[in-house]
Design a protein. Sequence first.
Lengths: 114, 114
Amino acid sequence: DSGVTQTPKHLITATGQRVTLRCSPRSGDLSVYWYQQSLDQGLQFLIQYYNGEERAKGNILERFSAQQFPDLHSELNLSSLELGDSALYFCASSEQALNTGELFFGEGSRLTVL
Amino acid sequence: GESVGLHLPTLSVQEGDNSIINCAYSNSASDYFIWYKQESGKGPQFIIDIRSNMDKRQGQRVTVLLNKTVKHLSLQIAATQPGDSAVYFCAENAGGTSYGKLTFGQGTILTVHP
């Protein structure tokens, strides 16, 4: 158990819809990362938040947005969903030090868009 | 953009053998490399990391070797066990403000036969 909790574990929705994925980082971790894992693209970095502020951004679509709340949990919002958005979405957290790539990943939220 | 790639998608070994998983990277600006293990149904799990000022780093039963001249990274697992069966990813980071912003390779499936 990594200590990172993600909900929901599975989600099935239709094209054009909007979903919110939730992540609770490990206790004390200030950084939260979102990654997308798909068969064709592999593991792709989406975005990072550190103590409530956006820290780094990857190739995240404009239809996607995220935020980190004062209690440090984070949400990833996916809107106007397309079939190609079907993937596993992972949240990860790391210790306060920023110079580490040792991330603790949750078990992921599997999104299926029909 | 530049990415990390793997030579072999699958590797099968017998229990007790040593395993070597290889990875080639293309971004010469990358200065930090990490190996992750992903078991079925779980998120990636950190194994070991190495910075570009090192050639070798050892952990418990694992060794990472870095050859910057040929942009090659390898993970050696000693006395491989069935529990080591998983997908192994190498990842790189080009520094900057976020060490957790990782570019992952495609992954190698390691199967350990008892």
